[in-house]
Write a protein of this length. Structure first.
Ligand code: AQP
Length: 333
C-alpha cells in the first residue's frame, strides 16, 4: 500500500497554522482511504532546542489529544511518538552519513533557527532534516502533506533517497512528493504578516492556539495587525498587504472556500468588522476541537495506550525496512 507520513513537533501548543496547514490535511488523507496514513509526534525533533522534560511530556500528550480531537482515528491511521519507534533514530544515523554538510547548511530553517550564533546551536538542529528524511523513508512514504515551510526539507529527503539508492546501487527508497495545497499553506503571525505563525514565537499574541478559549481568540484577532484600507474586491488588491492577506487567507481556510470568494462577499468592508466575523468563524470551528482536547487530557493513561498501540503497528513496518537497510549497507546481522 502507498503510504502518507507526516509529523508535528511537541514543541509548544498547536497553533492555527499547524491546524490549517497540517492537521486538517492529515484528516483528509486519512478519510480519503487511498493510502495508509502514519502521523507522528516528533519528540526527537523537539529536543533540537531546549525543552523542559515535564513540559515536553505534557506537550506530547496534548498534541496526541489534538490529533484525536481533529479527527485522526487511531484505528484508521497509525499514530505514534517518534522516540517510541527506535528505528527512526537508527535510520537517522545512517542518513547522517548519506547527507552532506553542504546540503544541510543550505536549509533555510537551519539558518533561521540557528540565527547569528550557529556555533552555539545543537548538532541535532543541524542534522534535523536527515532525521526527518528517516521519519518519512522508514515507511517508504510517497506523499508528505506539509506547510510551505517544510518544502525544502522534503526536497532534501529526495536527495538523500537518491544518493542512498545510487551509492548502494539499489532501487530501495521512493522519491517522496511534498503535498502543499489549499489557502492555508503558510499562515502568518498576527503581529507580522511577513513572519510565519509559530508555536515557539515568544509573542503570545502572534498566534492562535488550539487551547485558547473564545475570549482569547476574539482578543487576538481584534489586536491583529492590519492596514487602514478596507477589503479589496479581488486577490490582486491584497498585493503588498501581507497582514491583510493573512487574515483573508485564514478566513478562507476556516470557511473552506477560496480567497476570491471571501473578497467578493466582503468587498469594501473595514477590517475592524471583518476581524469580528473572523473571530466568530474561528471560535465556531475551533471550539469543538479544543473542548474535545480538554476532555481527552483528563485521561492521559488512555492517550499513552493509543501511542503504545501505534508504535507496535509502526514497528511491524519499520523493523523489516531497517533490517533491509542494514543488509544493503553491509552490517553483519
Ligand atoms: N504557520 C504555518 N502555516 C502553515 N503550516 C504550518 N506548519 C507550521 N507552521 C505553519 C506546518 O505544521 C506542521 C508541523 O510543523 P512542526 O511542528 O514540525 O514545526 P514547524 O514547521 O517549525 O512549526 P512551528 O509551529 O513553527 O514550530 P516551532 O515553533 O517549534 O518551530 C508542518 O507540516 C508545518 O509545515
Amino acid at each position: 500500500t502507498p503510504r502518507v507520513f507526516s509529523g508535528i513537533q511537541p514543541s509548544g501548543s498547536l497553533t492555527l497554522g499547524n491546524y490549517l496547514g497540517a492537521m486538517t490535511k492529515f484528516v483528509d488523507w486519512q478519510n480519503r482511504g487511498t493510502h495508509e496514513t502514519i502521523f507522528c509526534m516528533v519528540d526527537l525533533h523537539a529536543i533540537t532546542v531546549p525543552q523542559a522534560p515535564d513540559t515536553l511530556r505534557h506537550n506530547t500528550r496534548e498534541l496526541c489529544a489534538g490529533f484525536l480531537a481533529s479527527g485522526i482515528d487511531p484505528e484508521k491511521s497509525i499514530l505514534i511518538n517518534q522516540s517510541r519507534v527506535p528505528e527512526h533514530a537508527q535510520l537517522g544515523w545512517i542518513f547522517n552519513c548519506v547527507a552532506r554538510m553542504g546540503w544541510m547548511g543550505r536549509m533555510t530553517q537551519w539558518k533561521d533557527k540557528s540565527g547569528k550564533n550557529a556555533e552555539a546551536a545543537s548538532l541535532g538542529l543541524f542534522a534535523y532534516p536527515a532525521l526527518m528524511a528517516a521519519d518519512i523513508l522508514l515507511y517508504k512514504s510517497t506523499h508528505v502533506p506539509v506547510g510551505e515551510d517544510q518544502k525544502q526539507h522534503i526536497e532534501l529527503t529526495r536527495d538523500i533517497a537518491a544518493k542512498f539508492n545510487h551509492d548502494y546501487d539499489v532501487d530501495f527508497f521512493p522519491m517522496t512528493a511534498p503535498v502543499i495545497e489549499g489557502a492555508a499553506t503558510r499562515i502568518m503571525s498576527l503581529k507580522d504578516g511577513t513572519k510565519k505563525m509559530s508555536k515557539s514565537d515568544p509573542v503570545e499574541a502572534s498566534r492562535i492556539n488550539l487551547t485558547d478559549d473564545a475570549d482569547a481568540i476574539a482578543k487576538k484577532f481584534k489586536k491583529a495587525k492590519t492596514d487602514p484600507d478596507p477589503l479589496p474586491g479581488t486577490p490582486e488588491g491584497l498585493e503588498g498587504r501581507p497582514d491583510a492577506r493573512n487574515l483573508v487567507n485564514i478566513y478562507a481556510a476556516l470557511a473552506e472556500t477560496s480567497v476570491a470568494d471571501v473578497l467578493a462577499a466582503n468587498e469594501g468592508k473595514m477590517f475592524g468588522y471583518f476581524k469580528q466575523d473572523l473571530a466568530d468563524l474561528a471560535v465556531s470551528k475551533l471550539s469543538p476541537v479544543s473542548t474535545e482536547m480538554a476532555r481527552l487530557m483528563k485521561d492521559p493513561a488512555e492517550i499513552d495506550r493509543v501511542l503504545a498501540r501505534g508504535s507496535e503497528r509502526a514497528r511491524e513496518i519499520s523493523v523489516p525496512v531497517l533490517e533491509q537497510v542494514y543488509d544493503i549497507i553491509g552490517m553483519v546481522r
